[in-house]
Design a protein around this ligand. Structure first.
Ligand code: BES
Ligand code: ZN
Ligand code: ZN
Length: 513
């Protein structure tokens, strides 16, 4: 176990190839300002209008924009250019950030622009930079300010906790968001910072090597997160036996390390406007068990706890966002290993509600441990339950890497999640919980088997299986196997863990009022 860097070492990366003289370990700060400072490097967003570029917030001459365009700057979303000379009023460096066509631009366009600015600033060793928000209607100024703060934090992320050669930290210390006088913009910048940091926290947990985040390690981390309205209770192996969580205990049998179930509980200061429980799959490493994965399929399986990491991240943010809703979090943690006592194809395990599961493929372990976690959550009697899991490789086959798969027994809940995802800049797509496919998981010896027909609707089968343990209330299942990991990286995320769905779920919780 590597010591001294746990729990979190996120924050902006060292600029590659560049030696700066700042040795600070401090993360970048988000600051909100109502006016443009004349001495700081300033970024002005620009829209594309036909062949012309237009400053989204005014303040730049059309000659200057024409010149930038003639120099090859297209204004496409996510692109940046440094102006060769500055304009009136702005003495220091001026950058243009492309937002693309105005009619296509949304909050995510601003996230991308802010991330591009942060990446450039780190490369260019700028200690401070100011981002001038475009002229928008009041409500969009608020959501836009939050989006810019989120994008800045996401763009600053780097996982170098395990590099021996860290070198000096980059110089970017302050990211100033300039938005017109709109009461509430300051709060929005702060919220964006909290949300961005929560996403980066999830990324830290997911990127961390599997042997450095076994259930006991994550459970200890969870205990340190209590406070600010959050209580934390950890159920260890003996507690789980007492509860009858033999599905989780069954999966754990092949591992040398005991499982844990972490229960987070956030209570708002005033009367709660409602309640929700989030349940996250936390397989800290998925070898497949005796139904062993091939070497290639195992390389990224440290991300099989991304659902649990999402839950952890929510509870880092909630005490600061202070929603008026009661929120439970259940993170179910175990390795899936082929150790000497491993559960075997043909074994039958009994979940906490007494239902039995015939295990025909030990690699379909996520649904088995979530069976117990969902029974646990259903006993909390919340208005709704949302589980999030890297459940099936088939999710990527169905939707590719841009969409998470959503399944729900309640159309209002499903819609609310789609809408939250839309505003958070994360894509979800609904799949049907087709009842007739329940036949596929009928077992000859137990109540259910843990796999369906080969090649047939694998993601839906996963959802249908979980539904059997979620109770009768409103429930949604988000299969994040497709979106939790990005081997190529993007503007908002370096290669590796994406921290997907933290933004969507925080948006969902903040919506309930
Ligand atoms: N953790 C995997 C799902 C997964 C695969 C996540 C690839 C991310 C990337 C899960 O436990 C699993 O192995 N599922 C099986 C189910 C099958 C045996 C029915 C799968 O997807 O192949
Ligand atoms: Zn598996
Ligand atoms: Zn798995």
């Amino acid at each position: 176990m590597v010591r001294g860097i746990w729990p979190s070492d996120s924050g902006n990366c060292r600029a590659p190839r560049r030696v700066s003289n700042s040795n600070s370990k401090k993360n970048m700060k988000i600051i909100h300002s109502f006016s443009v400072g004349s001495t700081l490097p300033a970024v002005f967003p620009v829209y594309v209008f036909g062949k012309k570029l237009k400053a989204a917030g005014g303040g730049l001459s059309s000659e200057l924009l024409d010149e930038a365009r003639d120099n090859g700057f297209t204004g496409k979303s996510g692109t940046l250019t440094l102006l060769p000379r500055s304009d009136r009023g702005v003495k220091s460096k001026t950058l243009l950030a492309g937002l693309g066509k105005r009619e296509d631009a949304d909050g995510n366009t601003l996230r991308l622009a802010a991330a591009a600015v942060v990446r450039h600033s780190i490369e260019a060793a700028l200690p401070r930079v100011q981002f001038v928000l475009p002229d928008l209607p009041a409500d969009q100024t608020i959501s836009g300010t939050q989006a810019v703060a989120e994008g800045a934090l996401l763009g600053s992320y780097c996982f170098d906790a395990f590099k021996s050669q860290k070198g000096p930290r980059p110089g970017l210390r302050e990211f100033v968001i300039v938005s017109p006088k709109s009461p509430g913009a300051k709060g929005a910048a702060r919220r964006g910072e909290v949300v961005g940091k929560a996403v980066n926290f999830a990324r830290d947990l997911i990127n961390r090597p599997p042997s450095d985040k076994r259930p006991a390690v994550l459970a200890s981390l969870a205990r340190t997160m209590a406070g600010g309205g959050v209580s934390v209770r950890v159920y260890g192996k003996s507690d789980l036996k007492r509860l009858g969580a033999y599905a989780l205990l069954g999966v754990n049998r092949g591992s040398a390390h005991p499982p844990a179930l972490v229960h987070f509980h956030y209570r708002p200061a005033g009367k709660a406007k409602g309640s929700v429980a989030f349940v996250g799959k936390g397989v800290t490493f998925d070898s497949g068990g005796l139904s062993l994965k091939p070497a290639d399929g195992m390389m990224t399986m440290k991300y099989d706890m991304a659902g649990a990491a999402t839950v952890f991240a929510l509870f880092q943010a909630l005490p600061q966002l202070k929603p008026s809703v009661e929120v439970h979090g259940v993170a179910v943690l175990t390795e899936n290993m082929p150790g000497p006592d491993a559960y075997k194809p043909g074994d039958v395990v009994k979940a906490m509600n007494g239902k039995t599961i015939e295990v025909l493929n030990t690699d379909a372990e996520g649904r088995v441990i979530l069976a117990d976690a969902l029974v646990f959550a259903s006993r909390l009697k919340t208005d709704s339950i949302i589980d999030v899991a890297t459940l099936t490789g088939a999710a990527t086959v169905a939707l590719g890497k841009a969409y998470a798969a959503l399944m729900s027994n309640n159309s209002d809940l499903g819609q609310a999640l789609l809408s939250a995802g839309d505003r958070a800049g994360e894509k979800l797509w609904s799949l049907p919980l087709e009842k007739s496919y329940l036949d596929h998981i009928q077992s000859k010896v137990a109540d259910f088997k843990n796999i369906g027909n080969p090649g047939e609707a694998g993601t839906i089968i996963g959802g249908l299986f979980l539904q059997q343990f979620a109770g009768e209330g409103a429930w949604a299942h988000v299969d994040m196997a497709s979106v939790g990991w990005n081997g190529n990286g993007s503007l908002l995320s370096p290669p590796g863990a994406t921290g997907a769905l933290v933004r969507t779920f925080l948006m969902f919780v903040m919506d309930i009022r």
